[in-house]
Design a protein around this ligand. Sequence first.
Ligand SMILES: NC(=O)c1ccc[n+]([C@@H]2O[C@H](COP(=O)([O-])OP(=O)(O)OC[C@H]3O[C@@H](n4cnc5c(N)ncnc54)[C@H](O)[C@@H]3O)[C@@H](O)[C@H]2O)c1
Length: 253
Amino acid sequence: MTDRFAGKTVLVTGAAAGLGRAYALKFGAQGAHLILADINADGMVETAAMVEAVGGTAEHHLCDMSDEAQIQALGQAVLAAHDRLDVLINNAGMHMGEIARGFFGLGQAKWQHFFAVNTIGPLLLAEALRPALARAKGLIINKSSMASYQPQTAYGITKAALNVFTHAMASQFAADEIRCVGIAPGLMETPAAKDGVEDANWERLRSMQAVKRQGTADDIANLGIFLASDEGSFINNQVLLCDGGHQLRGFRI
Ligand SMILES: NC(=O)c1ccc[n+]([C@@H]2O[C@H](COP(=O)([O-])OP(=O)(O)OC[C@H]3O[C@@H](n4cnc5c(N)ncnc54)[C@H](O)[C@@H]3O)[C@@H](O)[C@H]2O)c1
């Protein structure tokens, strides 16, 4: 436990599991107060207890990132309780199942839902929280994916669009000295990814990386910590791949 983020407030969406939980634990272990948001209440309660066990503090809020009214309600609750927000991590995302299987035949309603969660929700939440981010001269992290660089699926397309949003947000939030950066993971060993990728594919995917090990949730959380730290404070308007050099082999998922 260090106190590098003592006095700092960090909001993580999709905090009930996987990468979102990993960010919460890393920031919590360094003294931050965590605001957790997700559609999974039980998972958030677990994450909050884990954050407290490593020395941080946490509160949690139900919020469906496809629902504008819920995003506005979260924004208002956070602004009412917190003067400043140092880091917003737009991590919640749909990435397994139908969204990852291609893009024909989905129909407008599914497309709209996928874009609402993965692409537009992050912008709406950042807009809602802008006053608190501005007071902190804070950081927005949008969770992209290596799939955004070869969008062959609805998933990759929503994340490619999020990369564009990230640059637009860096431009439009700069007036308040708020930075906006994307993190694009390779295939990381989270429970959801393990469930969603057939066992036979894990070795094939690993063999396509230059770094011969599976990426972990901590690899991604460590990058978030760096970007939010004083050492990372000159990085803005970038989408950073963290994929073990997967692209060196020619990009295929
Ligand atoms: N794990 C990977 O290999 C990988 C790679 C690249 C990008 N990503 C991205 O990282 C993020 C997290 O991935 P993960 O592996 O931890 O997944 P996960 O499925 O374990 O976690 C996602 C979390 O988001 C929540 N969520 C889903 N829909 C939501 C909604 N509408 N509103 C609020 N919360 C919602 C889920 O309840 C869950 O807690 C996603 O955006 C994903 O696209 C993951």
